[in-house]
Design a protein around this ligand. Structure first.
Ligand SMILES: NC(=O)c1ccc[n+]([C@@H]2O[C@H](COP(=O)([O-])OP(=O)(O)OC[C@H]3O[C@@H](n4cnc5c(N)ncnc54)[C@H](O)[C@@H]3O)[C@@H](O)[C@H]2O)c1
Length: 335
């Protein structure tokens, strides 16, 4: 294994790959001397280089790419051309055409292409999906996802491309379907020419709606997904260490026909029952993701968050970004 990019996120990938028994981490590449020195202190036995192309002569099986998003396409393409299986961080690329090219190249060369949609390897997200799939929540009315904090402002992408890949991948995973249209309202609060706050509204074919709110400009760190169904409601709060998943037996029972004619006739039966906090067997999601990549490479199986799933997320992002530029104009997503 080799890792390209040892900035903020790369060290987490390196730590996991170093610890997983089935993985043999050989090399790390980063353009910056300071990052190389940092890696050297921690992993003196690993080959370190400033030039990721050096990895092509090391007889590696696979690489993990954790460089800035604009570099994903050229680096991943070159790695696939050099017969390496690739795990590339999110967002897979910055446009759909590049994502399609990578998917085709991986398929042509019979290589695994996986995208770092970390939350698809999160046991709390798995538990939430179980509640949806089992019908416990009833028909799903809507999903609301919020990913907010103060920063980290990125130079080469807006808040949508930086934060929303996670929520889009969670949504597609939870609902097992793709949205038909999207409308996004964006704000550029701090810098004139870059969006730092965005509200996406996604519509799915079976009348499920979803809202994704992402922000680099919020006083509190929020990582929350709320799913509201006809029977029950569930909340996944990644910041709540004592109850990441809460199942609320809350709702409205037997709503009568909506009648605005007579005062006093309008009556709603609210139900507010138990709140259940299921036990989640927590495994570091990134560890599970890295192990899954190793398994897929070894056993030649398609990863859960494969290139196709990366491409779906990019198509949603592309449409959402277009809508944001056009002042929240509704965009139909072409599948
Ligand atoms: N899955 C997650 O939860 C998660 C979390 C954070 C970041 N990320 C993703 O990880 C990626 C990296 O993000 P980051 O915050 O670590 O960025 P960063 O800027 O902190 O680090 C990127 C590193 O890549 C290096 N680099 C750039 N071009 C290179 C090249 N051509 N060859 C070798 N090294 C090169 C830089 O020197 C830098 O050290 C991004 O795609 C980001 O979206 C994912």
């Amino acid at each position: 294994m080799g890792v390209i990019g040892y900035g903020y996120w790369g060290p987490n990938l390196v730590r996991n790959l170093y610890e997983i028994p089935s993985s043999d981490l050989i090399a790390v590449a980063d353009l910056k001397e300071e990052r190389i020195k940092r890696a050297q202190l921690k992993y003196p036995q690993i080959t370190l280089t400033k030039n990721y192309q050096d990895l092509f002569a090391m007889d590696l099986d696979a690489v993990v790419i954790s460089t800035p998003p604009k570099t994903h396409y050229p680096i991943a393409k070159e790695c696939l051309q050099n017969n390496l299986h690739v795990l590339v961080e999110k967002p897979m690329t910055l446009n759909g055409q590049h994502a399609e090219e990578l998917v085709e190249l991986a398929s042509k060369n019979n290589l695994r292409l996986m995208v770092g949609h970390t939350f698809e390897y999160n046991s709390a997200v798995h538990a939430l999906k179980k509640y949806i799939d089992s019908g416990e929540l009833g028909d799903i009315y809507y999903v609301h996802a919020a990913r907010l904090n103060l920063g980290l402002f990125q130079q080469d992408s807006n808040v949508l491309w930086d934060l929303a890949p996670h929520d889009i991948s969670i949504l597609l995973y939870l609902l097992d379907q793709v949205p038909t249209s999207v409308s996004t309202h964006g704000m550029s609060c701090v810098f004139d020419d870059n969006y730092d706050v965005a509200y996406m509204h996604l519509t799915f074919s079976n009348s499920i709606n979803a809202v994704i709110h992402v922000s680099w400009l919020d006083p509190s760190k929020v990582r929350k997904v709320t799913v509201v169904g006809s029977k029950k409601m569930a909340v996944y709060d990644d910041m709540d260490n004592e109850g990441k998943i809460k199942l609320f037996d809350k709702g409205v029972d037997g709503a009568p026909p909506y009648n605005t004619n007579g005062f006093g006739e309008f009556h709603v039966n609210y139900r507010s029952g138990d709140i259940i906090i299921p036990k989640i067997n927590y495994v570091e999601p990134l560890r599970a993701e890295c192990e899954h990549f190793m398994d897929c490479v070894e056993n030649q199986v398609e990863p859960e968050s494969c290139g196709h799933s990366g491409l779906r997320v990019i198509k949603v992002l592309e449409a959402a970004n277009q809508s944001m530029i056009n002042g929240a104009k509704k965009e139909v997503i072409q599948w």
